[in-house]
Design a protein. Structure first.
Length: 411
């Protein structure tokens, strides 16, 4: 047996070819922070101010001058500094200032002593620990300096980024426009969800799943519905999608069946880069270019469609938006709890559930059914078990690579 299936392109080569061909979009707009969640930064974001903007106390305690501590006697309290209400009066020698966390330190302060290290009496304050110059003082610009780049271009804005911008007084941010993605399914056997099934018909699971994932990625979706196995109707769908979208995604019609017109239509209307992958599930995946848009033809089986969207379309969309990361989670090593069936020739993305054992070792169990038509395997999984292209069957207890689901599949 040959180590690889003839005529198939590897997943890594397919991902690389897509990344080489695609350039990020450039169209951008200014959005208020309240409207910017999930959008991608179009330009680097520069801080207009320092954070902290002034020297302030990191503790509730007392602002002191080191020279006054050398007096070796209780020091009276000369005033109080609060967050939002600083001490602005005259600070006599041989005294301390009561200060609260976040309050600006009075001019001349050498250190702040936490209240737990201070004793109070009628004569004043004495301290129970050594005092070091600069202790418990947050310095101006310690976190961010004015003019610092705080975000790169290509960052998705969320709960970790938008409050940071707000803290700097930034009310608007430059973001890329949303990607427009047209989707349609092909096949006479498909029926929209909610319509009764007739003999031989199936619900259109793929378009439903792809739309959900596109919306999670912040795309504007143009849904063209189900296209019958008719060359003229399919041509019209391609032409309409090409006019409206940056990316066209179809499901079904890219294998070798007699009525699988999608691949032939793509070759007639555009350029096909590849259409057969050494991947399981998901071998019949087409990628190419139409006159105005990129095209991805996903397999008809629902698990295959989701796996290829996840592994190929997701990083492609990230590339179009200039994102710094592909969206794919880092891969980990886990021990299998059972044996796994596998034939050499294609990289295999089995669905599994991983967890940590008592000693901290990661263990993974495959979903009960791994067929490319069994979508319920996703509901019983939290990761892909990634079995290398040349690997054969896996015995219980062997180490395997796992890829935890990201937000597209984990929510």
């Amino acid at each position: 047996m040959e180590p690889y299936t003839s005529g198939l392109i590897s997943l890594e080569d397919a991902q690389h070819l897509i990344q080489l061909q695609i350039s990020p979009i450039r169209d951008k707009l200014q959005l208020a922070l309240n409207d910017a969640a999930g959008r991608i930064t179009a330009d680097p974001v520069i801080s207009p101010m320092a954070v902290p903007g002034f020297d302030n106390s990191a503790m509730d305690g007392y602002a002191v001058r080191l020279d006054d501590l050398a007096l070796s006697r209780p020091l009276p309290v000369a005033g109080k500094a609060l967050a939002g209400n600083p001490f602005n009066g005259e600070w006599p020698r041989g005294t301390v200032i009561r200060i609260m966390t976040g309050a600006p330190v009075p001019a001349g302060t050498d250190a702040v002593v936490m209240q737990e290290q201070a004793n109070s009496s009628e004569q004043g304050i004495t301290f129970t620990a050594e005092v070091v110059a600069g202790q418990n003082i947050r310095r101006t610009g310690e976190d961010i300096r004015a003019g610092d780049q705080i975000l790169e271009a290509g960052v998705r804005l969320g709960a970790s980024q938008l409050p940071l911008l707000a803290s700097l007084g930034i009310s608007e941010v430059s973001v890329l426009r949303k990607l427009r993605v047209a989707i349609f399914s092909t096949g006479d056997e498909l029926v929209p969800v909610g319509q009764p099934l007739q003999a031989g018909q199936l619900y259109d699971t793929n378009r439903f799943a792809i739309r959900l994932m596109l919306e999670k990625l912040g795309c504007e979706v143009v849904d063209l519905g189900i296209i019958a196995d008719d060359q003229q109707l399919l041509k019209q769908a391609f032409e309409e999608a090409n006019r409206q979208a940056d990316v066209v995604i179809s499901t079904g019609g890219v294998s070798v069946g007699e009525a699988d017109f999608t691949r032939d239509m793509l070759e007639a209307l555009g350029t096909v880069t590849f259409w057969r992958l050494a991947i399981k599930p998901g071998k019949p995946f087409a990628f190419g270019r139409l006159s105005e848009s990129w095209f991805c033809g996903l397999p008809g089986n629902p698990v295959s469609a989701v796996v290829t969207f996840y592994q190929l379309v997701q990083p492609m969309l990230a590339r179009l938006l200039g994102q710094q990361h592909s969206g794919l989670a880092a891969r980990l090593t886990a021990r299998t709890s059972t044996s796994l069936r596998k034939m050499p020739g294609r990289i295999d993305f089995q669905r599994g559930y991983f967890s940590a054992t008592a000693d901290g070792t990661l263990q993974v169990t495959p979903a009960p059914h791994q067929g490319s038509h069994i979508f319920s395997s996703f509901s019983k999984a939290n990761c892909f078990i990634v079995l290398e292209r040349e690997r054969g069957a896996v015995q219980s207890g062997e180490n395997v690579t796992i890829e935890p689901f990201n937000d597209l599949l984990s929510d």
